[in-house]
Design a protein around this ligand. Structure first.
Ligand code: COI
Length: 343
């Protein structure tokens, strides 16, 4: 189905990052202490849940974010889907949930992308954002792992940019009142419980004209951690630094890829604690994530001090790394690492 080119009839130039519902979603269930066995595509729509579902009452749920992209040659590709599959497995273990195997996960996201193919934007116009969810759907009035689990995947076409700034640089506000993650908690996995507590600081920052919030560590309040929905890098004297993923920081697939790309180019990358004062001295800063892709930071404000960066000039480290990342994604640069998975 679709028009003569196989596309749904929508205006691809006005895509946002909101939900556009598509044709199919994928669903697979299993009981506690069992393994996921077989799932299927079903028409996209609401799901029915017990009011006592563990996910609704106690937040037993994790999610992933991935993109299926259409290349100029018509091929549909994913970027490192095994990274998402493994992260879901690890997150499930922490949240006392069974998880699909890596192969089941990849097969399911491929099926979801193909079933919704007419919604995958034309090359350059965006991608099909794919959202796998793993939910404790069994009823549990007491605090205990659910007796039944649902792996659900839905998809929505989105533009390339998550932020409304489009290609402009982000203005970040360093939040020193609210924390995102605590030691021993679940900041290092995509638990659904990590996101709602960030809505208040995010709303405050947006109301004050900032693009997003940059969080500090919750133990000392001295070190940079991450932004609401993405990781952060700084560059000083051509050395790239990013906070280490030691439990409170989401181990982003794009983060990991940028580190590898930079090292392959001969640049030094340090995964280390970054004191908040270092932000004031940095030459550049940029953010990475599946939804946000790779975006430059234009300014960071910390306790009333605002520092501006030469974010996106042609000689910036950001631009160099971005062009390689984009080249590998769109096929103009050879994928020597097996990152691209064609459907
Ligand atoms: C992604 O980058 O795909 C994410 O899952 C972040 C999300 C909170 C927008």
């Amino acid at each position: 189905r679709g028009d003569e080119n196989g596309y749904v009839d929508i205006d691809w130039d006005t895509l946002g990052f909101g939900l556009t519902s598509t044709d199919y979603m994928y669903k697979m269930k299993c009981f506690k202490d069992e393994e996921f066995a077989e799932g299927k595509l079903i028409p996209y729509g609401n799901i029915e849940l017990s009011p006592a579902a563990c996910v609704l009452n106690y937040g037993q749920g994790i999610f992933e974010g991935m993109k299926a992209t259409r290349r100029e040659n018509g091929k549909i590709v994913f970027f490192r889907p095994d990274g998402n599959a493994l992260r879901m497995k690890k997150g499930a273990e922490r949240m006392c949930m069974p998880s699909p195997s890596v192969d089941q996960f990849i097969d399911a996201v491929k099926q979801t992308a193909l079933a919704n193919k007419r919604w995958i934007p034309p090359p350059g116009k965006g991608s099909l954002y794919i959202r796998p969810l793993l939910l404790g759907t069994g009823a549990t009035p007491s605090v205990a792992p659910a007796t039944e689990y649902t792996f659900l995947i839905y998809a929505s076409p989105v533009r390339n940019n998550y932020f409304k700034e489009e290609r402009a640089a982000l203005n970040l506000y360093v939040e020193d009142q609210f924390d995102r993650a605590s030691r021993g908690g679940v900041g290092g996995l995509k638990s659904i419980t990590n996101y709602a507590p960030g809505m208040k600081p995010l709303t405050k920052a947006k109301n004050n004209g900032y693009s997003d919030v940059l969080y500090l560590d919750s133990v000392t309040g001295k070190y940079v951690e991450e932004v609401s929905a993405c990781n952060i890098f700084i560059v000083k004297d051509k050395i790239i630094s990013t906070p280490p993923t030691k439990g409170t920081i989401l181990p982003g697939v794009t983060r990991k890829s940028m580190i590898e790309i930079a090292r392959d180019q001969g640049f030094k990358v340090e995964e280390r604690q970054i004191a908040v004062e270092e932000l004031l001295e940095a030459d550049e800063a940029f953010c990475t994530g599946t939804a946000v892709a790779v975006v430059p930071v234009g300014s960071i404000t910390y306790q009333g001090k605002r520092v501006e960066y030469r974010a996106a000039d042609t000689n910036s480290m950001f631009k160099k790394l971005l062009s390689i990342y984009v080249g590998i994604q769109n096929g103009q640069i050879e994928d020597k690492k097996g990152w691209i998975v064609e459907i």
